[in-house]
Write a protein that binds this ligand. Structure first.
Ligand code: DGY
Length: 326
């Protein structure tokens, strides 16, 4: 029997690749850059299972390119890069990598939060440049975190992990979501509030929603105006959740104290002016970039593929309805 074929759109952490190689022929797009569209289409036509990254748009054209495609196993927990409706209509399971990157993303959320509120990048630059001449009582002042309110927008696994870490530092937690979670409230003494109340009262607002039509520009000019002048916005979810041009204007006018961003509305491009602002810290979508998370994501993607190739249900299908239709 011929071995099944798996196409991976860019080199990923090795553990899942090794797992796949035991029973499958694996082809990986060899360049360290997002795969060009034509190469992607060629790869899809060749394979039984596709393992793309969040940088690839897996739309109807891609799915149409191979009527025998058995699975799209995204190397990410977010899957807004995939036309899931089209995949479902073709009975193709789409999978993601949940349950392994919450801590990585929550830790990065705090890395951004610390870095921006404690002026770490500026202070480092200042010190390296020999500007540190004497101890100064008013140099690089910022808020203490203990006792401050962290407002979590979107209480999934990542939001919960952020809450856990916030509580460990003595922060108060508020949250908003489409539904309440009483167990979470009890565990972390968290307060459920409306989006408006959260924005008006939080010292730090941290975004953890998936990108959906309803969450696009969830934070725009109006919402930024609601935030305290002393508050910080942290985004490790998806760029288009924030109206980035409105954020640049808000930061220029010092309507809020600062922002920590790992994701961008026009990724990998930045909205004009963003990179000139001193009150923002920027990272290149690396929130899940721990060695542990990236290896675990690789294994999960591989396991989803192997299950489907063996005629089983994918453990992490985001469109489980494909199995009902059969
Ligand atoms: C995800 O998995 O969706 C993350 O954005 C990758 O870092």
């Amino acid at each position: 029997m011929p071995r099944p074929k798996v196409f991976i759109t860019r080199k990923i952490a090795d553990s899942g690749i090794q797992l796949l190689k035991k029973t499958c022929d694996v082809r990986i797009y060899p360049q360290n850059q997002p795969i060009p569209r034509q190469e992607l289409l060629r790869g899809v036509k060749w394979c039984d299972a596709l393992l793309p990254l969040l940088t690839e748009r897996i739309d109807k054209e891609v799915l149409d390119a191979n009527p025998k495609l058995k699975i799209v196993a995204n190397y990410a927990v977010g899957f807004d890069n995939i036309d899931v409706t089209s995949a479902t209509s073709k009975s193709i399971p789409v999978t993601n990598t949940p349950g392994v990157l919450e801590d990585a993303v929550a830790e990065h959320t705090f890395a951004l939060l610390f870095a921006i509120s404690k002026h770490l990048v500026e202070a480092d630059r200042f010190t390296r440049r020999g500007k540190y001449k004497s101890w100064e009582p008013l140099l690089f002042l910022g808020p203490q975190l203990k006792g401050k309110v962290l407002g979590i927008v979107g209480l999934g696994r990542i939001g919960s992990s952020v809450a856990e870490k916030a509580r460990a530092m003595g922060m108060q937690v508020t949250y908003t979501d489409v539904q309440r979670n009483p167990a979470f409230e009890k565990k972390f003494q968290a307060r459920f509030v409306s989006k408006e109340v959260l924005l008006k009262t939080a010292d730090f607002v941290s975004l953890h929603v998936p990108l959906l039509p309803a969450t696009r520009h969830l934070i725009g000019a109006k919402e930024l105006r609601m935030m305290k002048k002393t508050a910080y916005l942290i985004n490790t979810s998806r760029g288009p959740v924030v109206d980035e041009r409105a954020l640049v204007r808000a930061l220029q006018k010092k309507m809020i104290a600062g922002a920590g961003l790992d994701v961008y509305e026009f990724e990998p491009k930045l909205a004009p002016g963003l990179n000139k602002l001193p009150n923002v810290i920027l990272t290149p979508h690396t929130a899940s970039a721990t060695l542990e998370a990236r290896q675990a994501m690789s294994v999960i993607a591989a396991k989803n593929i192997l299950a489907v190739l063996r005629g089983k249900k994918a453990p992490h299908a985001v469109n489980p309805e494909v199995y009902k239709k059969r």
